[in-house]
Design a protein around this ligand. Structure first.
Ligand SMILES: Cc1ncc(COP(=O)(O)O)c(C=O)c1O
Length: 412
């Protein structure tokens, strides 16, 4: 067979573990419970509670109105439909208080696609990128891929030596040099569940601005913020700043693929040109549905209430899970989650190898978790609370099974 590219080989050697675990989930679902205990899947971070009912109403309207339906199924502009760009401007203002205009937005089929586009527009071979440690796993894989596997990634520790959360700005300064092209953050963070404070964000942004570096911030979990909302959710955007937003979590529609990037008009044009290569236009149906939903009076207010109620629910589950894990398994170290869906815990005293630890858990007690090595930190593992939002007992049972696994290991 003819040879594939080095990039394809890289992907074969470094598949997205979370996507691979999802395949496993499909396998387990097919097999059912015949083979012993039912799988408790706490690996993936996707919301289980339904999207706002307004969304279904808007879908029905788009389907039943000939004119709207025909617009929804046609090719649209690469940056997104005009009415959807306007709807996003209204949404940003109404929900987060951010003033932007249409020229500062590009819509895409999910933020995963956007992140790749952003990196395509800014990275060359030999460039350097600064990621946090831990970081969302796609950032490193996408950076390598885009830079033809010739990109240097430097890591900025978010945790101190004693594992408490405490990013040190002086350490970040030492990592930046002439080759640095981007600093990539996620806040609230995946997998750490921490929130970058306003003060720290401003310091990072200052450094980036001074050194001519892009600051990319992934806001996938901004609707799940268990402390006061930082002002960088709502401030005007500076030319070196890029914010990636998605409705996957915030509106509970990960399968519908609707996201957008906010950046300077100049950068949006660069992203548009890359997107022209990847997809002619983002999915018209979901764009039209979103625009329809936002066009109705009072709907932004209802969406805001939906997001705020959801925030409270997720916060309750996250804190319950944190306390349960901390009390049941004192051998693990973990910080209290301040946002997002995750508990990120250190299990080095039980097994310092996170992949092995997760494989054993799956085989022995049928609990699926995500190994920390894929987020840049071995000896750590991520437990997602989102599968338990409709049924918190699931999380408790998962934690009890982990306890059982540790106890049986100690006995043997
Ligand atoms: C930090 C972060 N960014 C982006 C994504 C993916 O978002 P999307 O569904 O918009 O591609 C995820 C998914 O879990 C995530 O955790």
């Amino acid at each position: 067979m003819p040879r594939t590219s080095k990039k394809a080989q890289f992907l074969r050697n470094n598949p997205n573990t979370l996507r691979e675990i999802m395949n496993l989930l499909e396998e387990f679902t097919k097999r059912g419970t015949k083979e012993g205990k039912k799988l408790i899947y706490l690996a993936g971070g996707w919301p289980q509670d339904p999207p706002p009912s307004l969304l279904k109403e808007a879908m029905l309207e788009v389907i039943s109105n000939e004119e709207k339906f025909s617009r929804a199924v046609q090719y649209g502009p690469t940056r997104g439909l005009t009415e959807t760009l306007t709807a996003i401007v209204d949404y940003e203002k109404g929900i987060y208080g951010r003033d932007i205009n249409e020229s500062e937005i590009l819509i895409s089929n999910g933020s995963t696609e956007i992140a790749l586009t952003v990196l395509e527009a800014i990275l060359d071979e030999g460039d350097e990128v600064i990621l946090t440690k831990p970081h969302y796993l796609n950032f490193s894989r996408q950076s390598y891929f885009v830079g033809n596997l010739n990109v240097k990634i430097k890591y900025w520790n978010l945790l101190r030596d004693d594992y408490t959360y405490g990013p040190n700005i002086e350490q970040l300064k030492e990592l930046v040099n002439d080759k640095t092209k981007a600093i990539i953050l996620a806040s609230p963070g995946n997998p750490d569940g921490q929130i970058i404070s306003d003060r720290l964000f401003n310091e990072i942004s200052e450094i980036a601005k001074e050194k001519g570096v892009f600051l990319i911030t992934d806001l996938a979990y901004r609707g799940f913020c268990y402390t006061e909302k930082p002002s960088y959710f709502s401030n005007a955007v500076e030319p070196h700043e890029i914010f990636i937003c998605t409705f996957s979590k915030e509106l509970r529609i990960p399968g519908l693929r609707l996201a957008y990037v906010i950046a300077s008009k100049e950068m949006i044009r660069n992203f548009e040109l890359v997107e022209q290569l990847k997809t002619l236009c983002p999915n018209g149906f979901i764009q039209k549905v979103f625009a329809e939903m936002i066009s109705k009076e009072d709907n932004i207010k209802s969406l805001k209430e939906f997001i705020e109620r959801g925030n409270e629910t997720y916060q309750g589950i996250a804190l319950m899970s944190y306390r349960y894990l901390r009390d049941k398994i004192p051998e693990f170290y973990l910080n209290e989650p301040k946002g997002a869906f995750y508990l990120f815990f250190n299990h080095s005293s039980v097994n310092p190898n996170s992949r092995e630890f997760c494989t054993h858990l799956l085989e022995k007690v049928r609990v699926a978790l995500a190994p920390g090595i894929d987020f840049g930190m071995d000896g750590w593992t991520r437990l997602s609370i989102s599968p338990g939002v409709l049924n918190p007992e699931l999380i408790k049972e998962g934690i009890e099974r982990i306890r059982e696994f540790i106890d049986s290991n100690q006995r043997s």
